[in-house]
Design a protein around this ligand. Structure first.
Ligand code: BGC
Length: 253
């Protein structure tokens, strides 16, 4: 039975500049309407962010189902244990409990790339694909989701592989392209190094390239020289919200 009206799940995408949320239709893997956006507070401590979540949820009184939240860090049983690109107060925070207590809703936190990976495998570029799919998100950092036969292996953190003595995301994320003003060609060379390493370690069936930059996939994905099939993400900026709502619904007890 599909969720309608009051039992609709809600997804929240917690990013470095904006916090976005919307109710999600899980039959279709789509937002049910316009998403709302609030600037990420500075500093983005867990308690400051919890206030924003409460405000976002108040804007959608019709959506009373489980709430999924993406976090750009490792999440084990609702507790955040890394914070490469976010406020360090997140480390050790029981985010499920904090957000559930603040909002009075059933909140489940999930790594941002894992959420995007779930959404792409269920509804997007990797829909129906068996075997190992690796979904990567290119942004401030590099996020990764390992999904095998549709089942997520969480917290893979492949953006932090050490390649040629460097943390991979420092060389190949979108932020590195911007910081170093790299041409598409030069960035694609770095991405070739990165995906070749993943290919060598995991022999996946398919790579999916997500993150905001995936809307410009035509400019760089064809320049990545690897053997494995590599496709741009399809859900674009809805992947985090949809994946978070899916995760919350499937992990709701
Ligand atoms: C973090 C990951 C996150 C990725 C994308 C990395 O720096 O360690 O947890 O998924 O950035 O936001």
């Amino acid at each position: 039975m599909s969720a309608t009206g009051s039992d609709l799940p809600f997804g929240i995408d917690f990013g470095g500049t904006g916090i976005k949320g919307a109710p999600v239709d899980l039959e279709r893997g789509e937002l049910t309407g316009e998403r709302a956006r609030i600037d990420t507070p500075r500093p983005s401590t867990p308690t400051a962010v919890a206030e924003v979540f409460a405000e976002l949820l108040e804007r959608f009184p019709d959506s009373q189902g489980p709430v999924g939240v993406t976090v750009p860090g490792v999440v084990v049983k609702g507790v955040v244990s890394s914070a490469a690109n976010i406020d360090k107060h997140w480390i050790g925070e029981d985010a499920d409990r904090l957000f559930t207590d603040r909002t009075g809703r059933d909140v489940h936190v999930v790594n941002d790339a894992d959420a995007a990976g779930l959404a792409e495998v269920r509804y997007g570029a990797a829909k129906g694909r068996r075997g190992l799919v690796i979904v990567t998100t290119l942004g401030t950092g590099i996020g990764s989701a390992l999904v095998y036969d549709g089942v997520l292996v969480p917290n893979s953190e492949l953006g932090h592989l050490e390649i040629d003595g460097h943390d991979a995301e420092k060389r190949a994320a979108t932020s590195a392209r911007v910081r170093e003003d790299l041409s598409w060609d030069d960035w694609a060379k770095r991405l070739t190094t990165y995906y070749s390493k993943l290919e060598q370690l995991f022999s996946p069936e398919l790579f999916v390239v997500g993150g905001g930059i995936s809307k410009k996939a035509d400019q760089f994905v064809p320049l990545i020289e690897i053997e494995t099939e590599i496709l741009p993400a399809r859900l674009r900026n809805a992947a985090g919200i949809v994946g978070a709502a899916l995760y919350a619904t499937e992990n709701n007890d």
